[in-house]
Design a protein around this ligand. Sequence first.
Ligand SMILES: [Fe+2]
Ligand SMILES: [Fe+2]
Length: 474
Amino acid sequence: MSIDYSEKIPNNVDLASNKTLQRALEHWQPAYLDWWNEMGPDKTSTAEVYLRTAISVDPKGWAHFDHVKMPDYRWGIFLAPQETERKIHFGEHMGQNAWQEVPGEYRSTLRRIIVTQGDTEPASVEQQRHLGMTCPSLYDMRNLFQVNVEEGRHLWAMVYLLHAHFGRDGREEGEALLERRSGDADNPRILTAFNEKTPDWLSFFMFTFITDRDGKFQLAALAESGFDPLARTCKFMLTEEAHHLFVGESGISRMIQRTCEVMVQHKTDDPAKLRAMGVVDLPTLQKYLNFHYSVTSDLYGAEISSNAASFYTNGLKGRYEETKLGDDHRLDNAEYPVMEVVGDRISTRHVPALTALNERLRDDWVKDVQGGIDRWNKVPEKLGIPFRFTLPHKGFHRKIGIFGELHLSPEGRVISEAEWTHKHRDWLPTEEDRAFVQSLMGRVAEPGKFANWIAPPARGINNQPVDFEYVRFN
Ligand SMILES: [Fe+2]
Ligand SMILES: [Fe+2]
């Protein structure tokens, strides 16, 4: 499955054989580039960035690395190889051939699913567009831009599906995806978390660690879809997503490393002293974690959802690693535990598993986030520092679902509005915290140099040295 780069739009879907579709996408392409130039990474059009580009969708060796000016990046359409005779493997259509065309009765639902996923891709590019100006190193700047160009490609992936399978409606949705703007009062992006600001690198690392991980789980669930083109598209997107998660997890880990080194060297855990020495104290990192975790948790939607049930029953969206699960893949009689709040007491009740699929996917994500936190905690542990990062309770700082109307402490105690008002500044980043983090942000753009608040990575990208010139300025 190699990719044809001689075409105006690189692809492995034999675009040339469908002239109407090719023309429609070639028409969308300049609008996309206009969007990139307006809303993509700020003041970078001439910088040459050491980027990977997909040359094949083969699991081994699909990436080619070279210095590229970002507007010249070859965005294209890449689907994972088609499995012969793939069957739908869950829901009421289980055992039937996977759909190569959209079934009429699911047309509007599938379109909505694709648009909602697609909208997050340009949104994150918009959220991150100023970060290049304050990068802590060329290595980090390169990673940011790698994430950005691939989110741009993920938009291409979704727009391809819209154009190829949803006719005029799909083309209109493709245009609208370039018209919404993250954080815009009149024309915001669809999901709340994608309208938040990503004002500094700590937020960026938390976002890629936690919110891109939501992307991973959503894509994994859609990679199970009975609509085969969607499944294949998401499968390939997942391979790119892994690097985004790495950028976030390793970014925070390097911040923890640096802070812990300063703590050991100066024998202090006093946040004020640490801040004065230009590193982010661990309790502040914990607050950022609390914020991004809770805001992203809302993206999974309400615990009990009839929409989620019908997406599953209809074969549109599966569970995480559906094929590896050893049950009937229909969930006719299965149950799943969800939390419930009675008065100020939180307990668990069992509900039909079909209705709890949002909660199940959230739980899968929570486990994965926890894995990353455990790896972070090895850093202070190794340096003999007692501090450990913890995830707040699932109901902490939620806006959606059963906890949406309540206030919970990070430990999961239901508290009054007054107590929340009094204490939330200890749990979530305050204006002062944000201003402090912002004050550390200054551009470090000399090969091999790193900002004071972050440790260098253990190794470079694609076996290049850490002091490699990952971005060249002209
Ligand atoms: Fe993405
Ligand atoms: Fe991503």
